[in-house]
Design a protein around this ligand. Structure first.
Ligand SMILES: NC(=O)c1ccc[n+]([C@@H]2O[C@H](COP(=O)([O-])OP(=O)(O)OC[C@H]3O[C@@H](n4cnc5c(N)ncnc54)[C@H](O)[C@@H]3O)[C@@H](O)[C@H]2O)c1
Length: 314
C-alpha cells in the first residue's frame, strides 16, 4: 500500500509520515515546502491549488491523508481569502483529483474546534454543530462537508479525524507551549492571565499520528473520530510542568483577558472503542520530549551560525 500525505512537511503531517513509515507503509509527501525532518521519503513539491500537479502526485497511490492547510488561526484571521482558497478549494481539488485517479480512500485532518459553539460542555461525534465564529473553523467544516458529499455522491471512502490541540517536537513556535518553553529556557518569567485554572486538553503529536495511522482500518471508513488528549491541563499546571523540567523559572499572574477560551470536554471514546486508540503519552513526558527537541534545534541553529562566522572570517 502507498499513501500520499498532503501537508506531510508540516507539524502533524511529518509525524503522520513517520508513523506510517514505522508501520511499513510506503509514503509520498505532497507539499509546497521540502520536508526537513527526514530524507528517506518520496516527495512531490506542489500546491493543492494545482490540479495537474496533484494528478501527477496521485499516480500509484492507494490512499490519501489530506492535512495541507493554513492551520494557524492567526494566519487565517489575517488572510481569510487566501486561507479559504487553500482550506476549502484545496480540499475539493484533492477530492476531485482523487476521484479522477480512482483513489477511493481519504483521511481528512479536521479539528475539535468544530465544537467551539456547542451548547453542551461534553461533546462527541454525535453532538450537533452550530455555525462557527472563527473563519478557520468554517473552512475546516466546509472541508468536512465536501468530504461527506464526495462520500455520498461518488462513494469516496472517507474518514474525518477531529484533532485536539497538538503539541510536541516540530510544533510551530507561536503556540502557547513553545512560547512558555522558549521563555523558560531564556530565563524569562512565564505570564499567566487570571488564576491559570482555565484548562485545555492537549494531545501529544506522536499519539495523534498513531490515531491517523489507525484510521486506515476498514472499520474507520465513513466515520468521524475525535482524537483528543486524556489529561486536563490548566495553564498553571503547564507552567509548573515546564518549571519542573527546566528548573528556576518564575511564574507571574496578570488580570484575565476578556473572551479567554473555556475548553470543551471532547470525548475520544469512539476512537478508543473502534480503533483501539488512546493518547497514552503523559503531558509531562510530552513536554520533556518537546523541550529536548527544542534544545537540539537551537543548538543546531547556533552551530550553523558559528560555521557561517568561520567562513566569513576566512
Ligand atoms: N496545529 C493545530 O493546532 C491543529 C489542530 C487541529 C487540526 N489541525 C489540522 O491539521 C492539519 C495539519 O496542521 P499542522 O498543525 O501540521 O499545520 P502546518 O502548518 O504545520 O502544516 C500544514 C502543511 O500544509 C502545507 N501547505 C500549505 N499550503 C499548501 C498548499 N497550497 N499546497 C500544499 N501544501 C500546502 C504547508 O507547507 C505545511 O507543511 C491541518 O489541516 C490543520 O487544519 C491542526
Amino acid at each position: 500500500m502507498k499513501v500520499l500525505v498532503t501537508g506531510g512537511s508540516g507539524f502533524i503531517g511529518s509525524h503522520v509520515v513517520d508513523k506510517l513509515i514505522d508501520k511499513g507503509i510506503a509514503v509520498r509527501i505532497y507539499d509546497t515546502i521540502i520536508p526537513t525532518h527526514r530524507k528517506d521519503v518520496e516527495f512531490y513539491q506542489g500546491s493543492i491549488l494545482d490540479m495537474q500537479s496533484l494528478g501527477f502526485a496521485m499516480d500509484g497511490i492507494d490512499a490519501i491523508f489530506h492535512l495541507a492547510a493554513i492551520a494557524d488561526v492567526k494566519d487565517v484571521y489575517n488572510e481569510p481569502h487566501y486561507s479559504e482558497s487553500i482550506n476549502v478549494r484545496g480540499t475539493i481539488n484533492v477530492l476531485e483529483s482523487a476521484r479522477k485517479a480512482s483513489i477511493k480512500r481519504i483521511v481528512y485532518g479536521s479539528t475539535t474546534w468544530v465544537y467551539s459553539e456547542s451548547i453542551q460542555n461534553n461533546v462527541d461525534e454525535t453532538s450537533p454543530l452550530l455555525a462557527p465564529s472563527h473563519f478557520y473553523t468554517a473552512t475546516k467544516l466546509a472541508g468536512e462537508y465536501y468530504c461527506q458529499s464526495y462520500n455520498k455522491l461518488y462513494g469516496m471512502e472517507i474518514t474525518i479525524l477531529r484533532y485536539g490541540i497538538p503539541y510536541g517536537p516540530r510544533a510551530r513556535d507561536g503556540a502557547v507551549l513553545p512560547i512558555f518553553a522558549r521563555k523558560a529556557l531564556n530565563g524569562e518569567p512565564l505570564t499567566i492571565a487570571g488564576d491559570g485554572l482555565q484548562f485545555r486538553k492537549f494531545v501529544y503529536v506522536e499519539d495523534l499520528a498513531e490515531g491517523n495511522a489507525l484510521a486506515l482500518k476498514k472499520c474507520a471508513i465513513d466515520k468521524i473520530y475525535n482524537l483528543d488528549g486524556k489529561e486536563k491541563v490548566t495553564i498553571k499546571q503547564m507552567a509548573e510542568t515546564i518549571k519542573k523540567i527546566v528548573g528556576n523559572v518564575k511564574i507571574e499572574y496578570t488580570p484575565t483577558r476578556p473572551g479567554d477560551f473555556v475548553g470543551k470536554e471532547v470525548s475520544s471514546e469512539r476512537a478508543k472503542e473502534e480503533l483501539g486508540w488512546e493518547a497514552n503519552t503523559s503531558f509531562e513526558e510530552g513536554v520533556r520530549r518537546y523541550i529536548k527537541w527544542y534544545k537540539e534545534r537551537e543548538e543546531k541553529r547556533r552551530s550553523g551560525w558559528e560555521d557561517v562566522d568561520k567562513v566569513l572570517k576566512k
